[in-house]
Design a protein around this ligand. Structure first.
Ligand SMILES: [Zn+2]
Length: 404
């Protein structure tokens, strides 16, 4: 580009004021013109296109019906070794007083703290949230992974579930630790399979105590592929390289799903809530197949409105067909900064409500300048009242045995 052309171009783009001194190319910021090509170059990370669509924008400040958010994290295990949470000590991410105002504004009747830990940690989680606010907070317990290499683990873990139930736990949460991090020697050795028989007594204990199992296995399909220019979640994986399960000794996504399914099949009296839309929101035909095979399986929505909302017609049919087995959850974490699609703030809930209640088009699935899980936007599915009620609270109330 000649000097005059370059000046005109920069002026037109608003990069320099008319008549000002021409900056050297590196002062132009992210827009770089390789010598002589005439084309600008732009880092993908700098690209923040604003939609020019003139379409309705509905602000849904409160959900139409009360909400049970069945997937939140108000506490986490304080210590973890190679991705495996160990010990009973918990770290608390919030106080009831800090989250109740958001809950009241957003019409959230109950928050379920899934990562309530075990033993003393669980007791403390119950004491902090559930006990003073019995109608607002519930707590789930978690397996004691650090005992999983002990010979008596099966019986120990089943007894622990019973103790947790007595201490006030309403369900069991299983993180993707199982299948992707837990190893024969807890943090070392061969990966332990999801359907390993040492857990059978744990799944059964949950069934007989009426405690649903909120289970997260695997992750988005793209996390199992190379982080390259063909990966639709390149930026996300590039920002969080430790989220990639490509290579090493990791099983494939399909192997993980099949192991999980064998657990569902072996424990028909246990209710399983397969988190993150059965962890395969990209493949609703497969999730549907699983729902048809396993009547003891429900799904939850957390951190997957980005997937559901980019296939609104398929999603709407899924909600119609499985309206009695879909529960509301967000994976909300108070005071986080890393993953905008999970930060516990008003805007997070407004996005979920907008997706479920409106037919708005092409809006952000997370409160962030760049869509954090992939560069696309979503469409609302405008559910009818009857389905909304089920998804917002009725299905969860049934699984949690609550009168609402
Ligand atoms: Zn979660």
């Amino acid at each position: 580009m000649g000097e005059m052309n370059r000046r005109r171009w920069l002026e037109r783009m608003g990069i320099i004021a008319a008549g000002s001194a021409l900056p050297t190319p590196n002062l132009v910021g992210q827009l770089k013109s390789p010598e002589g090509s005439g084309k600008m170059r732009l880092d993908l990370s700098e690209f923040q296109p604003k939609s020019m669509l003139h379409v309705p924008e509905t602000k849904v400040e409160r959900s139409k019906y009360p909400v049970i958010d069945i997937h939140t994290h108000l506490s986490i295990r304080a210590k973890s070794v190679n991705g495996v949470g160990v010990g009973e000590k918990l770290e608390f991410l919030a106080t009831p007083e800090s989250v109740l105002p958001v809950m009241d504004r957003k019409n959230i009747k109950i928050m379920v703290n899934l990562t309530g830990g075990s033993g003393k940690g669980l007791e403390e989680a119950v004491q902090r949230f559930q006990q003073p606010h019995l109608d607002r907070f519930l707590t789930f317990t978690e397996p004691s992974w650090d005992h999983s290499n002990q010979p008596d683990y099966g019986k120990f873990q089943a007894d622990e579930i019973e103790r947790a139930h007595k201490a006030g736990a309403r369900g069991l949460k299983v993180l993707k630790t199982l299948g992707l991090y837990l190893r024969e020697n807890v943090s070392e050795g061969r990966l332990v399979k999801i359907d390993d028989p040492r857990f059978d007594s744990m799944w059964d204990a949950c069934g007989s105590l009426g405690m649903p199992v909120a289970i997260h296995v695997s992750d988005p399909e793209a996390f199992f592929l190379p982080t390259d220019r063909f990966n639709e979640r390149f930026e996300e994986l590039n920002n969080h390289p430790d989220w990639s399960f490509h290579g090493h000794d990791f099983p494939s996504n399909a192997e993980i799903m099949e192991a999980r399914n064998r657990v569902f099949a072996r424990h028909p009296k246990t209710q399983f809530i397969a988190l993150h839309v059965g962890n395969d929101a990209e493949n609703l035909p497969y999730v549907s197949e699983c729902m048809d095979r396993f009547p003891n399986m429900s799904v939850e929505l957390a951190a997957r409105v980005g997937e559901l909302g980019r296939q609104p017609r398929m999603s709407r049919k899924f909600f119609e067909k499985y309206q009695d087995r879909i529960v509301f959850g967000t994976d909300a974490v108070p005071n986080g900064t890393d993953t905008p699609q999970q930060i516990f703030v008003d805007q997070l809930y407004e996005i979920y409500y907008r997706f479920l209640e409106t037919e708005d088009e092409y809006f952000d699935y997370a409160p962030a300048p760049v869509p954090p899980q992939g560069r696309w936007r979503i469409y609302g599915i405008g559910l009818p009242d009857e389905i909304l009620k089920k998804v917002y609270y009725q299905n969860a109330a049934r699984l949690l045995k609550l009168q609402m």
